[in-house]
Design a protein around this ligand. Structure first.
Ligand SMILES: Nc1ncnc2c1ncn2[C@@H]1O[C@H](COP(=O)(O)OP(=O)(O)OP(=O)(O)O)[C@@H](O)[C@H]1O
Ligand SMILES: O=C(O)[C@H](O)CO
Length: 548
């Protein structure tokens, strides 16, 4: 995918947040307001991980020193910036601002960044690009997230820069997802084309990012710590994570992180996916030794932001909109699996919770001093076609299942709404010819499953759901994701049928984007444009009992 010119995120978010703030909590059962609350929470989550917000939090100027985390580095006209990734272009300006002195001079001497093709055009109206007078040279490349000659040129420039530096120099390395394609130098005799083919074949065969980047690291002159070993200068990295649990060695294939992977690790991956190892790969590996045996004392790696930061901001935004009455909890930041199966599990969870509200109302269970006992009995009786509440919760990659079960159980007995927040990255095995992305696919599947599991049950209540990518772009579409809702009276599924759309047919053709473009004139789509950040996806699920 390449970058198209659509208004940038900062402009949209300001406009959107100002027009759609909710004035009264009493309107919360109105599905449009609920979807707005969730959409605003997504935007608040994204705003919290914008590089321009994160850099000044971690990097501070103390007189003639630079404080990064707990480390302090003397400034003496000795600074250089390098960077690679989808979200690094707007890290440059805040770093340059910090390195500038009151008299306009700067400690920054030179810089090179490798960023996606077309990104400068995309964010040109946002005042986030490096200034015209910037010392940082910007190289665009890796169209469609594939390493290419442009990325190779940028990588060579970065190497030339860092190799020439002295131990008293300071490199600030800006790193984010997409860095693997943008910082590329295959280990000879492996060619760029061969490496592209290997990665594409593994990708299509279903290899995950850890497996892909293990292979990338072993076949690279710069990944897996090798870039850091090319310089004597001190290196500070500012890393934005787009990988579940943020393993620093995997994000952008860890060019500054000691690598422990062995030749056997690579061989196992090739045989797992039944891929023949080309002779050039065997030759490239003949003298391989993991970089972890080398000295990385000159490197300090800092994780600047990740999915948890965005989830926390989204949670605060929901709490502000819905108040303490709603049980707003982060369930997981490591959601993964096939998008439509995850949606099915979430729909089952909605069923269980709505059924719980119903039971509590009919059996007149209320919050009392004996509440815990009551709650436990409610929890024990919860199951969906033989799958218990606890099993369902555990299958959603929950961080603290016991606490969550207790929180949701308490809310059910007290007939309070729940808002469950998830983050991570699901997958889609594309078999159809349609257009979509993992978030829109998940929302479409959720709409279908909600209808399936809640239909005919005479359950009452409200469900609203949003799933969207923090980079603003879901698959090869111009939307970040979408929203859907269910009430016994009306739901997006019925709205689709009334509009002559067949949700199941769109889903089986992986055509979620076209579906949401047509439903309600696209009003359920979330389209912030490229956000210039990326900490994977956010899913926000609101479930409420009917008003008493
Ligand atoms: N028609 C489709 N329907 C659903 N999902 C699709 C479709 N086409 C592509 N995808 C999914 O979109 C993914 C690529 O989208 P995207 O560029 O958003 O993800 P990415 O490469 O992981 O980048 P990032 O991590 O920056 O979001 C593919 O891996 C595939 O799973
Ligand atoms: O660049 C990469 O390797 C992926 O985006 C993971 O960080």
């Amino acid at each position: 995918m390449f970058y198209r010119s659509i208004p940038c995120f900062t402009v949209i978010v300001q406009k959107f947040l100002s027009i759609s703030s909710i004035s009264s909590r009493s309107t919360m059962n109105d599905v449009t307001s609920l979807l707005t609350v969730l959409r605003n929470a997504y935007l608040a989550g994204v705003a919290s991980v914008l590089p321009e917000a994160l850099v000044p939090k971690l990097v501070k100027r103390l007189g003639n020193n630079l404080k990064v985390g707990q480390t302090v580095h003397p400034l003496n006209s000795n600074c250089y910036i390098i960077g690679f990734g989808k979200a690094v272009i707007n890290m440059v300006k805040p770093v340059e601002d910090i390195l500038r002195n009151a008299d306009g001079s700067s400690h920054l001497l030179d810089g090179v960044i490798s960023v996606p093709y077309g990104i400068q055009n995309t964010i040109k109206d946002c005042n986030l690009l490096p200034d015209k007078s910037s010392k940082v040279r910007v190289y665009e490349g890796a169209k469609n997230n594939m390493p290419d000659e442009h990325a190779l040129t940028a990588t060579r420039e970065i190497i030339t820069l860092v190799e020439a530096l002295k131990s008293s120099d300071l490199i600030i390395a800006l790193i984010s997802g997409g860095g693997s394609a943008l910082l590329t130098l295959p280990k000879p005799p492996v060619t760029l084309e061969e490496k592209q083919n290997i990665i594409q074949t593994l990708n299509r065969a279903g290899a995950d990012i850890t497996e892909l980047n293990t292979v990338r690291k072993l076949l690279s002159e710069v990944k897996g710590g090798n870039l850091a070993l090319k310089t004597r200068a001190r290196i500070i990295t500012l890393i934005l994570s787009d990988v579940i649990n943020s393993p620093l060695g995997i994000i952008a294939s860890g060019p500054t992180v000691p690598n422990e992977d062995t030749r056997e690790d690579l061989t196992k991956i090739f045989s797992k996916y039944d891929i023949q190892m080309p002779p050039s790969v065997m030759q490239a590996l003949s003298d391989y030794k993991p970089s972890c045996t080398d000295d990385f004392g000159h490197v300090s790696n800092f994780l600047m932001g990740d999915n948890n930061v965005a989830l926390d901001a989204a949670r605060k935004s929901i709490q502000t909109s819905l108040g303490e009455e709603c049980c707003t909890v982060v369930v997981s930041s490591s959601l993964r699996g096939e998008a439509s199966s995850v949606a099915e599990t979430m729909a089952m969870l909605c069923h269980l919770i709505l059924k719980g509200y119903d039971k509590c109302a009919r059996e007149n269970l209320i919050s009392t001093p004996e509440f815990d006992e009551e709650k436990m009995s409610v929890e024990k009786r919860f199951d969906f076609q033989g799958i218990s509440f606890a099993q369902l919760i555990s299958s959603l990659f929950v961080s603290d299942a016991d606490q969550l079960i207790s929180d949701i159980g308490s809310s059910i007995v007290a007939r309070k709404p729940c808002c469950l927040l998830f983050g991570g990255e699901t997958t889609v095995r594309v078999v159809g010819t349609g257009i979509g992305g993992r978030n829109q696919e998940m929302v479409l599947a959720m709409m279908i499953h909600l209808h399936k599991v809640l239909h005919d049950e005479q359950l009452s209540g409200h469900v609203a759901f949003v799933s969207a990518g923090t980079d603003g772009i879901d698959g090869p579409t111009d939307a970040a994701g979408a929203g859907t809702y269910w009430t016994p009276q009306e739901c997006s599924y019925r709205e689709s049928l009334a509009a002559g759309l067949n949700p199941e047919a769109f889903l089986s053709n992986n055509d979620s984007h076209n579906f949401f473009c047509r439903l309600g004139g696209g009003k359920y789509l979330i389209q912030p444009g490229h956000t210039s950040t990326n900490v994977m996806d956010l899913q926000l699920l609101y479930i409420a009992p009917p008003p008493q």
